[in-house]
Design a protein around this ligand. Structure first.
Ligand SMILES: [Zn+2]
Length: 107
């Protein structure tokens, strides 16, 4: 199922539910088909990797996907997670806005 989201790669988001509630990080990847996002250094899991000819194996830490519904865009002005709106600028560009303070979030 595709999940509609206005969150994009490189956005700063805050986790609003689950084990990592309150954690903030940059979006590494958005996976609308899965309804999940990968957020840098958030929801880390340890993976054991087997030794191969090319790698030495061992334990690596990597990000596990978070449900899109469990994260919100972090508005730098409100200093909290917010919902995103959108508006069209005078020059015709469509930008995302903070629904709370109205700040334009795209440059
Ligand atoms: Zn705001």
């Amino acid at each position: 199922m595709m999940v509609k989201t206005r969150i994009r790669r490189d956005d700063e988001v805050i986790v609003i539910a689950g084990r990592d509630k309150g954690a903030r990080g940059k979006v590494v990847r958005v996976l609308p088909q899965d309804g999940t996002v990968l957020v840098s250094k958030v929801n880390m899991i340890k993976r054991h990797t087997r030794q191969t000819q090319n790698t030495s194996g061992g334990i690596i830490e990597k990000e596990a996907p978070l449900a899109i519904s469990n994260v919100q865009f972090f508005c730098p002005k409100c200093k909290t997670g917010v919902r995103l709106g959108s508006k069209v600028l005078e020059d015709g560009r469509k930008v995302r806005t903070c629904r709370k303070c109205g700040e334009v979030l795209d440059r």
